[in-house]
Write a protein that binds this ligand. Structure first.
Ligand SMILES: [Ca+2]
Ligand SMILES: [Ca+2]
Ligand SMILES: [Ca+2]
Ligand SMILES: [Ca+2]
Length: 411
């Protein structure tokens, strides 16, 4: 009898201990981000760092009262995160009841402050060009600026074209402004926007302004989503950067007429294609067409310039009729300098070298060459610029050298 009593007492103690053990509630943290916001703030409430003595933490479930009014906004779920916006300002108590499968439960709490203060506008500025000239009007477009309380047409904008801290316009309701940057060089333009409740914000963009009286614009090539600056010399538009389109081969590779545009990239370093464009054998440049002004690998509506189109451009740069036919390396000096980076034509030819038959990249920093689509008796007409000369060399070169490509817009 005594034994049985002892056994019962032990059993009760054990069961009580077990029950007590099962009563252990889970432990978690309730984080609110941010702690303070407005009627537009998307608050994020997260349950973190859970532990539970008896159950795996993934078995815990949660339900939420997000405004402290005692009504649960959700049922029990395993989601540990909930986003919430408030319709009225105030201080809100957030409660999260956490239960484990053994029936243990705990209520976690946090508090957020919601005010109805005015939000500052979010300015967004887009420039119609990344590169421009001192002669070209650029569209400064702030129309994608937005504000929680005001429509964009109620916002006011003003501009500091050189970011010297002195506003160059008054406030105006127009989000779009046209401006000619008269100073060459890199310049930063700042737009300030103010809402009807006097909250303001600023944003800036940098633009490169070239010292040429020729007009600048841009060409977008949808084939590889590449944008090029373009310049109008005389009455024709030229690419103001080397073409960068095609599949790179290493310098030992041999391009073929295979419907794949193939090119070489300086030093076989792929990232150089962005900086210097591709180097193309002539067949690839003209897509194996022998027709003058072939579109070749140019974007639609553009083509590989004919020898005569180069000559027309050179005439604009002051090369006279007698010199046009010359094959002297110094032909038309200083027209070659006008074509180089920083030159007054805006053509911006960099001396990025070429790839001759020896298959060693050569001439970087000292020379560059551009194809024409015109064949001569013993080669292809090419234009070459050199660091040692102010001329534009016009020469016949083998079609299996690799030169840069500048496309010209169709007439
Ligand atoms: Ca509630
Ligand atoms: Ca506002
Ligand atoms: Ca200014
Ligand atoms: Ca090919």
């Amino acid at each position: 009898m005594k034994r049985l009593r002892i056994f019962c007492i032990l059993a009760l103690v054990y069961l009580a201990g077990a029950c007590e053990k099962h009563a252990h509630p889970p432990f978690c943290q309730l984080i609110a981000i941010p702690q303070e916001g407005t009627l537009h703030t998307n608050f994020l409430f997260t349950i973190k760092s859970c532990s539970d003595n008896e159950n795996p933490v993934f078995s815990l479930k949660f339900r939420w009262d997000l405004d402290g009014d005692g009504n649960w906004e959700t049922g029990f779920t395993t989601d540990r995160e909930i986003a919430w916006k408030y319709l009225l300002p105030g201080t809100f108590k957030i409660k999260c009841e956490t239960i484990d499968p053994s029936g243990g439960s705990v209520i976690l709490e946090n508090t957020v402050l919601v005010t109805d203060r005015n939000e500052t506008p979010s300015p967004y500025l887009k420039l119609s060009l990344k590169k421009t000239s001192v002669a070209t009007a650029v569209i400064l477009d702030g129309s994608l600026t937005w504000d929680y309380e005001d429509n964009t047409d109620l916002l006011s904008f003003r501009w500091d074209f050189n970011s010297d801290g002195i506003w160059d316009t008054d406030f105006s309701r127009s989000a779009i402004y046209q401006h000619i940057f008269g100073q060459p060089g890199k310049t930063t333009v700042t737009m300030q926007v103010i809402d009807t409740d006097d909250a303001s914000a600023e944003t800036s963009k940098t633009i490169e302004v070239l010292n040429t009286d020729n007009l600048y614009s841009r060409l977008w090539d949808p084939r590889n989503n590449r944008e090029y600056p373009i310049v109008k010399i005389g009455n024709r538009w030229w690419m103001a950067e080397n073409l960068d389109f095609g599949e790179p081969l290493t310098k030992e590779g041999s391009p073929t007429d295979n419907d794949v545009p193939e090119m070489f990239v300086y030093q076989d370093i792929i990232s150089n294609r962005k900086l210097y464009g591709g180097l193309y054998m002539w067949g690839e440049a003209v897509s194996y067409s022998s027709i003058e002004k072939a579109e070749g690998i140019c974007p639609e509506g553009w083509h590989i310039p004919a020898d005569n189109e180069w000559k027309s451009m050179e005439t604009e740069l002051g090369i006279n009729q007698d010199q046009l036919e010359s094959i002297s390396p110094d032909r038309g000096d200083p027209a070659g300098n006008f074509l180089k980076v920083g030159g007054k034509s805006g053509f911006e030819a960099g001396l990025f070298g070429m790839l001759p038959l020896t298959r060693a990249f050569s001439g970087f920093g000292s020379t560059t060459g551009f194809w024409s689509s015109t064949q001569g008796t013993s080669g292809i007409w090419v234009r070459t610029l050199k660091v040692t000369s102010g001329g534009v060399e016009r020469s016949l070169q083998p079609n299996n050298y690799a030169y840069s490509v500048r496309c010209i817009k169709d007439e």
